[in-house]
Structures are given as structure tokens and as C-alpha cells.
Design a protein around this ligand. Structure first.
Ligand code: SF4
Length: 292
């Protein structure tokens, strides 16, 4: 009997990631020398394709200085362009790009930009700003730069050690799970702050992917969540499926699949994080559907 494979209604690339990839490709097609500060997206296949087309990944602006030839015998060399990925960055990085005479191509997702502006506004209104999220995630590391003393809460343990003075405003990393954000907000509410303002900055694309995955979990025996092991929203999707009681595998693609994952199963579900290209999903679904 062939495996029945169901696909989540909402899965894969979000508009923020698509926009960043399109911007990178357009700049490369225009013949620009383009540098991305950190990998453009959390997907090695896409990063490799863009790298083959000329996109260079650097970890700091100083590296661009090393690569750039300023010699007079090569005057036609274009000014390097620095591409800010959809996760955004701290404001001072943008300033440094301009000060160094580099070109700035800002692919920060509009929803991340909204969170960055909000942090500043809330601080200006006198709130101590709290962001619930992963302190090591580039989006969070960028957002905290938009106001002084922004506190990152990674989980319940950080709430326990919070001081409890004054008025606070709580926002979330865009890819955080709504369920976990609600729990953290509940714990903060028990701390006795004078005022708590909560702004839901979870991206709708993320929430829709999560809702679709939960819906699919009700219909299948096993779930496959496709995407990089470094992708926060993919990892979150996989955790969510596990919490919904379905055996779940987080795989980068078909090359990580093992036949024992589907032994004794008849219906499999497939979803994918926001940085997973469609062809990876298609290939996985087709090969899985052919398993006997
Ligand atoms: S997941 Fe949401 S916030 Fe992040 S890039 Fe995509 S659309 Fe933007």
C-alpha cells in the first residue's frame, strides 16, 4: 500500500524571505558586488545558489574592507552593496554602512521593521521594553538595539529573576509560538508590575503555518517538518507538532529521511518553515508518496 501524504495548507517561504531573495538576485543581476551580513536565510541550498551567483556572506563590515579593492587601476569596480537580511539588524550597523561609503540594500521584513519602530515608541512613552524570544536570534539581537536597556526573556526562568518595578511593555520575536508567548505573559502578569502593555508582534505568516500544522496533526500518523536545523520558525513548528502528540521529524530535506520513520504508518503530514523553498517540499512529498 502506498503512503498517503497530506500537505499543510500554509507552509514554506513567507513574503519576507521571498522579498530578501528577490532583492539579492536583482542586485546580482545588475552586476553589483553584494555582501550579505550573515547568511541571507536559514537554508543552505538557497544560500549556495545565491553564492554561486556571486553573493558573498560576511559576518562583519570589516571583512568587506578586506575584500574591497580600492586601487586606482580598477576604477570601474562597483561600490560594494551590503544587504540586510529579513531578520534586520541594529540601527548602528545601518549607520556604519553609510559612513563607510557602502551601498545599503535593506531587506528587513516589514513586520520586523514594525517591531523595531515599536520598541523605540514604547521606550519613548516611558515603558521598560521586554522582548520574549531567543537572545541569540539575529532578529532579537537587532530589535534590542532600537531602545536602551531592552530586556530579552527567553523563557520562564528569566521571568522569575525579573525585577518588578514600574511599567513594562512586552513584545515577542516574530517567529515565537503564540501559545508560549501567552504563557510567558501570564507569568509576567503574576509579578505585580504597576502596568503591563502587551503588543502582539508575532508574524501572521508564522501563526498561520502553526495553525495549519496543528490542523494537519489531527489527520496523520507521522509529521515531517522541513527546514534548516538553524531555522527558529521551523524548530518551533516541529515542537508544536510534537506537543500535539504526533511523532514528528524535523528534516532539512529528503536526504535526511530514513525508511523506519514511516514503518507501520499510513498517513504522513508534511509542512515546512518560512525559509524552505518549494522544490524541497515537492521533492519530499513526491518521494514519500512513492514509498510502499
Ligand atoms: S517569518 Fe514573518 S516576520 Fe519573519 S520574515 Fe517571514 S513574514 Fe517576515
Amino acid at each position: 500500500m502506498m503512503m498517503e501524504v497530506l500537505i499543510a495548507e500554509k507552509r514554506g517561504f513567507c513574503f519576507g524571505v521571498e522579498h530578501a531573495i528577490e532583492m539579492a538576485q536583482r542586485l546580482l543581476d545588475e552586476g553589483k558586488e553584494v555582501y550579505s551580513l550573515g547568511p541571507l536565510i536559514h537554508n543552505s541550498h538557497v544560500v549556495k545558489r545565491l553564492s554561486d551567483n556571486g553573493l558573498q556572506v560576511v559576518e562583519s563590515l570589516d571583512q568587506i574592507g578586506l575584500f574591497t579593492c580600492s586601487c586606482p587601476e580598477n576604477p570601474s569596480k562597483p561600490t560594494p552593496t551590503v544587504l540586510i537580511r529579513s531578520h534586520g539588524c541594529r540601527p548602528e550597523i545601518m549607520e556604519q554602512i553609510m559612513q563607510r561609503g557602502l551601498e545599503l540594500a535593506d531587506a528587513t521584513c516589514i513586520l520586523v521593521k514594525k517591531a523595531q519602530k515599536l520598541v523605540k515608541q514604547l521606550f519613548d512613552q516611558g515603558y521598560q521594553v521586554i522582548i520574549v524570544g531567543d537572545p541569540n536570534h539575529p532578529e532579537v539581537q537587532g530589535v534590542v538595539g532600537y531602545a536602551p536597556n531592552v530586556v530579552v526573556v527567553a523563557g520562564p526562568e528569566d521571568v522569575r529573576t525579573m525585577s518588578q518595578k514600574g511599567k513594562i511593555a512586552v513584545i515577542s520575536q516574530t517567529t515565537y509560538s503564540a501559545e508560549d508567548f501567552g504563557k510567558i505573559v501570564g507569568l509576567i502578569a503574576m509579578k505585580g508590575f504597576e502596568e503591563i502593555k502587551v503588543v502582539n508582534t508575532i508574524c501572521r505568516e508564522t501563526s498561520r503555518r502553526q495553525a495549519s500544522a496543528v490542523e494537519l496533526c489531527k489527520q496523520v500518523d507521522v509529521m515531517f517538518v522541513l527546514g534548516s536545523h538553524h531555522s527558529a520558525n521551523t524548530a518551533e513548528l516541529a515542537q508544536l507538532c510534537k506537543r500535539n502528540g504526533v511523532m514528528t521529524y524535523h528534516l532539512q530535506g529528503w536526504d535526511e529521511f530514513e525508511p523506519q520513520y514511516v514503518e507501520g504508518k499510513s498517513i504522513a503530514g508534511v509542512t515546512a518553515g518560512a525559509s524552505t523553498p518549494d522544490w524541497i517540499i515537492q521533492e519530499f512529498v513526491e518521494r514519500l508518496a512513492n514509498i510502499k
